[in-house]
Design a binder for this molecule. Structure first.
Ligand code: HAM
Length: 437
């Protein structure tokens, strides 16, 4: 029989086995974020469409072709959030979180929505972990954000991460650079695809975002006598240049591996000065970015606030998990499980016992009145570490049997001593939580 419904294209269900990996990654991230003194913020999954249109940039892919835009029943113009920074900035303003001399460290985790062509590592509903510091222009804040970015990857076991970094200057210096870039590309305009030709007119920096191999070669100075591509760093204003130098110096001092990428412009328009990304080539050319971020000193002002600088990043959790999977990563086992097996005569007390044990232990049992043999099989399949058997005779004597499913050994213990015996038997496996570091 054909199924009547499937998950919408570009979305997927995360099933329990897979989610163990996600929960491990999320828990490790929470731990790192807490030690960096960031605090969680949760914003709605949808916002006014204008919030994103105004901040992401009219010429960005996100606004041009990826927004889940809809009207509600009252005709409000809304969009599923394609990213988290504009909503955080909106919330920051709405709740007047700013205060003189204070900066705010915030993080968020959750689904984002972009209507793109789905493929491995690219989904229409995907998950991000992001962090933002709002309220400081200090280069030390950029470096703290990059250190946090790297430390999250380290907590997930990435040891070989290099951060690609660039400075996109101010809107003025970027405009000046855009003109230089346009002039440089003009002689080869005919060799660009239709998309890039349009971008050359509307926003030349977007041409640097191309995934087309022939265009990438052109930008890399291959196959033409264009000479080297002009660099954004050469168009920086003095203050941005000083900021850039301070960031690089502090990254070196912290031993954070980084590489200057002159073509790095980021896909959203709100960036100023520092911009950075991390990539994993194994994901394929179009979706290799594991995460990225940068400074956005004009964003909050664009939303009607007083000029308030900020810097942050988001990491694509789907892609992180894909890379972990490719590397054969299995999350550490959770706490040991106990399986309770009852006879027909001991079903009712077993239900009570299960509830009592669940105050302390992870307990499974079969709610169906199945045969002893069927329950034993279910216990074996459940991954339980041990079984508690409620035999009729033992129960009448006030006893139960604990069977170790690994060794097969068993012992009869008084009901009153069951918890203590389980504690002794399961020992360290009981409180086995996700290790924090
Ligand atoms: P972004 O570079 O657009 O930045 O997205 C961050 C990350 O989200 C990407 O590097 C990628 O891992 C993941 N991602 C994006 N689109 C998809 C998709 N369709 N499927 C799977 N993963 C995806 C931002 O969103 C900014 N808000 C980052 C930021 C925070 N900048 C400053 N603060």
């Amino acid at each position: 029989m054909a199924l009547k419904h499937q998950a919408p294209r570009g979305t997927r269900d995360l099933l329990p086995d897979e989610l163990e990996r996600w929960q491990w990654a999320e828990s490790r991230a929470r731990d790192v974020l807490a030690r960096y003194a960031y605090r969680e913020i949760r914003t709605p999954l949808f916002e006014d469409y204008e919030l994103f249109a105004r901040t992401s940039g009219e010429s960005s892919d996100v606004v041009q072709k990826e927004m889940y835009r809809f009207q509600d029943l009252k005709g409000r113009d809304l969009a599923l959030r394609p990213e988290g920074t504009a909503p955080v900035a909106r919330a920051y303003l709405e709740h007047a979180m700013g205060g003189a001399g204070r900066c705010h460290r915030l993080w968020y985790m959750g689904p984002m929505f972009r209507y793109g062509r789905p493929q491995k590592g690219r989904y229409r509903q995907f998950y991000q972990i992001g962090a933002e510091i709002i309220g400081t222009v200090a280069p030390a804040a950029d470096v703290e954000i990059i250190a946090l970015f790297v430390d999250l990857f380290e907590a997930w076991g990435f040891r070989d991460l290099t951060v690609a970094i660039n400075s996109v200057g101010t809107p003025q210096s970027r405009r000046a650079y855009g003109e230089r870039l346009r002039a440089w590309l003009e002689p080869v305009r005919h060799r660009l695809g239709a998309d890039s030709q349009a971008r050359l007119d509307s926003n030349p920096l977007r041409v640097l975002d191309t995934k087309d191999p022939a265009e990438l070669d052109l930008l890399a100075g291959k196959g033409g006598d264009l000479g080297p591509m002009p660099r954004m760093l050469d168009s920086l204003d003095e203050e941005s240049r000083a900021h850039w130098a301070a960031v690089l110096q502090a990254l070196d001092a912290l031993g954070i591996r980084h590489e200057i990428d002159h073509g790095l412009v980021r896909g959203l328009d709100y960036y100023t000065r520092t911009a950075f990304e991390a990539h994993d080539r194994s994901l394929g050319p179009g979706q290799s970015a594991l995460g990225g971020g940068g400074r956005y000193d004009g964003l909050i002002e664009a939303l009607g606030g007083s000029p308030t600088p900020g810097v942050g990043f988001s990491i694509g959790l789907d892609r992180v998990i894909l890379v972990l999977e490719q590397r054969g990563f299995a999350p550490p086992p959770g706490p040991a499980k106990v399986f309770v097996v009852a006879m027909d005569e001991t079903r009712a007390p077993a239900a009570v016992l299960v509830r009592e044990l669940r105050r302390e232990f992870v307990v499974d049992w079969d709610p169906e009145p199945r045969s002893f043999g069927a329950q034993m099989k279910a216990a074996g399949r459940s991954g339980a570490r041990c079984m508690v058997l409620l035999g009729e005779d033992e129960w009448k004597r006030g006893e139960v049997v604990i069977k170790d499913l690994a060794s097969g050994s068993q012992e009869t213990v008084p009901r009153a001593g069951l918890e203590a015996s389980l504690r002794a038997q399961l020992g360290g496996e009981l409180n086995r939580e996700i290790p924090s570091r």
